[in-house]
Design a protein around this ligand. Structure first.
Ligand code: PPS
Ligand code: ADP
Length: 211
């Protein structure tokens, strides 16, 4: 499936319907600001593990969260998509739109997708208001991801059983200016501290404090 972004990509005959309840009014019902924490990194870098621990910590603090995870979403919303460049772009386009809807409803959304292409991540970012989209680069080197190989996918990719595998025969474009980079040399505890700070910083005036 090929999807091309255009400057003005809205259907011509569909009018935007502005409701009377704004995102700010929804946000006032929550003790935190809505935002999207967008994890990106190689397979096995730790996106799902970190997003899961972070969600549990946020939940414990009374934050309303939603976790969108690559493996799970590909069983449902994106089950028709493969791993070609065009399909990965369409995957990320859909995730960006869904994440945006959840943020508009006031939630802290955590997304854990490889999202290997800078242009697709930028397109997702462009949907959000300033400060709402926080890109987290899980900067684990390929060698370590391959050593971990939690699902045995690198071994299969090296054996030629899986094609277009990110880092092997499909590219990964690292973020140039992510809001946060997490390095494998730091402890998981340190990662979670940094992530919590990112999620809970700069809460809007309408949102209460979380602690
Ligand atoms: N060819 C290939 N390349 C990379 N990954 C592959 C591939 N085939 C299957 N998988 C599994 O699918 C998960 C990646 O899905 P994503 O939706 O995150 O990919 S993408 O963002 O659209 O690039 C990825 O999950 P994670 O390991 O959690 O990253 C893999 O388990
Ligand atoms: N510091 C760390 N952070 C995250 N995962 C780690 C760390 N150290 C080891 N791991 C392990 O690495 C693997 C990462 O897998 P996963 O979270 O599924 O990555 P991804 O979602 O990026 O594919 C897990 O088996 C996890 O236990």
């Amino acid at each position: 499936m090929a999807f091309e972004y255009r400057d003005n990509d809205s259907p011509a005959d569909v009018v935007w319907n502005t409701g009377s309840v704004t995102p700010e009014m929804r946000g006032r019902l929550k003790p935190h600001a809505g935002r999207c924490i967008w994890f990106t990194g190689l397979s096995g870098s730790g996106k799902s593990t970190l997003a899961n621990v972070l969600e549990a910590e946020l939940n414990r603090r009374g934050c309303h969260t939603m976790l969108l995870d690559g493996d799970n979403i590909r069983h449902g919303l994106c089950r028709d998509l493969g791993m070609s460049r065009a399909d990965r772009s369409e995957n990320i386009r859909r995730i960006g739109e869904v994440a945006h809807l959840f943020v508009e409803s006031g939630l802290i959304v955590l997304t854990a997708f490889i999202s290997p292409f800078a242009r697709d991540r930028q397109q997702a970012r462009s949907l959000f208001r300033p400060g709402e989209f926080q890109e987290v680069f899980v900067d684990t080197p390929l060698g370590l991801c391959e050593q971990r190989d939690p699902k045995g996918l690198y071994r299969r990719a090296r054996a030629g059983e899986i094609h277009d595998f990110t880092g092997i025969d499909s590219p990964y474009e690292p973020p140039m200016q992510p809001e946060l980079s997490l390095h494998a040399t730091d402890s998981p505890q340190r990662h979670i501290e940094q992530l919590l700070a990112l999620c809970l910083s700069g809460a809007s005036d309408s949102a209460g404090s979380v602690g």
